[in-house]
Design a protein around this ligand. Structure first.
Ligand code: SAM
Ligand code: DTB
Ligand code: SF4
Length: 341
């Protein structure tokens, strides 16, 4: 069994990333296949519960108020709409609903009360509920946990060294603090990044080093390919080669063997063959449904057709325990080994 390590060095991660491609895929696939559920793919569906008008300056984001991207500002969605979307996603095979808000941080106001109600309602549908709402304090994380939140998404996006080039309105440390608050509240952690921002390969390796050095590996790591958005500073970035996506996924799979690695934004530009390579390289999750937050994504039907061809099946909800029952964290991470390191 692959050992869980929290002390990977950048040199080791770089050596893995730069292996001859087929050796890299073979190694990642071998580790992935030690996992009894390797043909299961976790399906998450996204819904933007509060779109646009965000005060942050994330250079990739269609929802930053300061860029002219054509994404309007919308008030928070009514709970009924979220429930209807959750039911549709569940019927399409999704086991998790991820609710996103274009906020810098959560404020203790009526909108947060509404999010808490949504978390409770989606939980009652027996789906895993995830939120991505920006920065959180310890007490806000605890409130979400008490409402039954299963996962919190908060991406590092790039390396610490590269962060200021992409975002100036918050720091890497702010990001890491929120991840700590999420952990402390015993919510599972979903944190990954984007490739194709104009970063170097060293930045990608550095980001994987940070993720794999967290006291516990994130339960999910989304790997997004930049969706270039007109009006943002990164509108003209070249599309990332699929080989880079495969290398990133395979390296994440090897350094975080028990983590769910999600082939995230960018799938509309990928063929089934290209996605198959990503699954071979250890990806075991996708976002499904015809929209991510504001941009298009393959439909449930086309993904089910792809699963049929590749012999993959959707993973059921709560395979690692219900919210608050932390057995699933134990299953992902061998605590004794972590403490021994
Ligand atoms: N505002 C919250 C935050 O930033 O944490 C939550 C929503 S934000 C849209 C969630 C994540 O979406 C970002 O961290 C980023 O990784 C991803 N994202 C946003 N725009 C993207 C794009 N154009 N291409 C790929 N990923 C993108
Ligand atoms: C993640 O890593 N990717 C998702 C989700 N977490 C929130 C978001 C992708 C957004 C792509 C651009 C858009 O649709 O607005
Ligand atoms: Fe977009 Fe989130 Fe950055 Fe706001 S904080 S600009 S929603 S990525």
């Amino acid at each position: 069994m692959a050992e869980i390590r929290n002390d990977w060095t950048k040199e080791e991660i770089s050596e893995i990333y730069h292996k001859p491609l087929l050796d890299l895929i073979y190694e990642a696939a071998t580790i992935h296949r030690e996992n009894k559920d390797y043909s299961e793919v976790q399906i998450s569906s996204l819904i933007s519960i509060k779109t646009g008008g965000c005060p942050e300056d994330c250079a990739y984001c269609p929802q930053a108020a300061r860029y002219n991207t054509g994404v309007g500002v919308h008030a928070i969605l009514p709970k009924e709409e979220v429930i209807a979307a959750a039911e549709k996603a569940k019927a399409g095979g999704a086991s998790r609903l991820c609710m996103g808000a274009a906020w810098r941080e959560v404020r203790d106001n009526r909108d947060f009360d509404k999010v808490i109600d949504m978390v409770k309602a989606v939980n009652e549908l027996d789906m895993e509920v995830c939120c991505t709402l920006g920065m959180l304090t310890e007490s806000q994380a605890q409130r979400l946990a008490d409402a039954g939140l299963y996962a919190y998404n908060h991406n590092l996006d790039t390396s610490e060294e590269d962060y200021k080039r992409i975002i100036t309105t918050r720091t890497y440390d702010d990001r890491l603090k929120t991840l700590e608050h999420v952990r402390k509240a015993k919510i599972t952690v979903c944190s990954g990044g984007i490739i194709g921002l104009g970063e170097t390969v060293e930045d990608r390796i550095s980001m994987l080093k940070t993720l794999s050095s967290l006291p516990k590996h994130p339960e999910s790591v989304p790997i997004n390919a930049l969706v270039p958005i007109k009006g943002t500073p990164l509108a003209d970035e070249a599309r990332v080669p699929v080989w880079d996506m495969v290398r990133m996924i395979a390296t994440a799979r090897i350094v975080m063997p028990k983590t769910v690695v999600r082939l995230s934004a960018g799938r509309t530009e990928m063929t089934t063959v290209e996605q198959a390579l990503c699954f071979m390289a250890g990806a075991n999750s996708i976002f499904a449904g015809d929209k991510l937050l504001t941009t298009p994504n393959p439909s449930f039907d086309s993904d089910m057709a792809m699963f049929e061809i590749l012999g993959l099946k959707p993973r059921a909800a709560f395979k690692n325990g219900k919210p608050g029952q932390q057995e699933h964290v134990q299953e992902y991470i061998d605590i004794d080994k972590v403490e021994a390191n």
